[in-house]
Design a binder for this molecule. Structure first.
Ligand code: COI
Length: 354
């Protein structure tokens, strides 16, 4: 791919942050990848200094929300090599989101090459401290100026990089989840399975209310019966009841998470009993009451594997595994991280070395 590279002068590079205090998504590297879409084509991309964009106030993304994004990470192994986890799968998923939002598809191979080029330039930004990574955020927005509601004909695709620690303040410790009945995230036929900005905007109010009550995140139920579990704010969700591992199926209204998919693959290969099926919130609380609910955990790129220590629903709170990290969540976290950081053989071809 032909890319223009405008490298930032040595003297203008940002100071690197303290890797022990990264938090999530508030620090950005020196360069970004930018490519615009005009006249029905993606134009020659440029890697340049991370900087503000100039947008027309009528840019359609600002009014009607044609915006999609992805999240993936670069990992620094103990061997000091940089690894990516299923990067092309993220870019393919972005194309699915693009189709749903009437936005142009990207050429996955070309954009991947651009990402590799960007990462080679920003290698020093991939943290070395345990658990920290470089979060990669490919994004596409509609830039055409216009107030008619229709697909835009100009877009901007960009990739920015952010060194991150754990997504939740709890780190790899159990989070608490509030099950909302008041709000829904997505309806069948809607955009719940697209990674589009509006899904996250719509989730904020429920998250704020959950946090005000002392919970880390919201668990969404289906929009029709408000009975079946869908997903959590920024992750997919798994339950272990007896010997069965259960996650809701990709019904069209939940995000097809790559970590979810990797967990399904790993647990199946370990010979565990794992199913994708509808699971009602009553089944979960009944299992908690009869002592068969063994674990709950979320999966996501940002969240990795996130154990859930308590669930609140209709004023009832159930503790999960006495509020402690379960055995399966721990094993998945360890094995997945070892694959992602290039420390364990990867029989799935998930990992790409930079
Ligand atoms: C990710 O896990 O990468 C996500 O996209 C969640 C994000 C909204 C924090």
């Amino acid at each position: 791919m032909d890319i223009t590279i405008e490298q930032v002068d040595e003297g203008e590079l940002k100071a690197k942050p303290d890797e022990n205090k990264l938090g999530f998504g508030s620090i950005f590297s020196d360069h970004m990848f930018v490519m615009s879409y005009v006249d029905g084509h993606w134009q020659k991309p440029v890697i340049k200094k991370y900087q503000n964009f100039s947008l027309d106030p009528a840019a359609m993304v600002l009014h009607y929300g044609q915006a999609i994004f992805e999240g993936l990470k670069a990992y620094r192994g103990k061997d000091n090599q940089i690894y990516l986890f299923r990067p092309k799968d993220n870019l393919h998923r972005m194309n699915k989101s693009a189709l749903r939002m009437c936005m142009p598809e990207i050429n996955v191979d070309d954009v991947f090459e651009g990402l590799e080029e960007l990462l080679r330039l920003e290698k020093e930004w991939v943290p070395s401290v345990s658990g920290a990574t470089l979060y990669i955020r490919p994004t596409m927005v509609a830039t055409e100026a216009g107030l008619g509601v229709r697909p835009a004909n100009q877009y901007l695709f960009f990739i920015i990089l952010s060194p991150v620690g754990a997504y939740y303040p709890e780190g790899f410790n159990p989070v608490t989840i509030y099950v909302t009945e008041k709000y829904v995230r997505a309806v069948p036929g809607g955009v719940g399975n697209a990674k589009t900005a509006g899904n996250y905007a719509a989730s904020i109010m429920a998250a704020v209310e959950a946090q005000a009550q002392g919970y880390t995140q919201v668990l969404w139920l289906d929009a029709i019966e408000r009975k079946y579990v869908e997903e959590v704010g920024t992750m997919n969700i798994f339950f272990v009841i007896g010997d069965e591992i259960i996650t809701p199926p990709l019904s069209g209204s939940i995000l097809p998470g790559l970590t979810r998919d990797s967990v399904l693959r790993l647990t199946r290969d370990w010979g565990l009993d794992v199913v994708e099926r509808r699971i009602s919130i009553d089944e979960i609380f009944n299992a908690a009451a009869d002592g068969t609910l063994r674990e709950v955990f979320g999966t996501g790129t940002a969240a990795v594997i996130s154990p859930v220590g308590a669930l609140s629903y209709q004023g009832n709170v159930c503790q999960v595994n006495s509020g402690k990290t379960g055995e399966l969540a721990q094993r998945l976290f360890d094995e997945l991280q070892e694959i992602q950081f290039g420390q364990r053989p990867d029989p799935y071809d998930w990992v790409v070395k930079l």
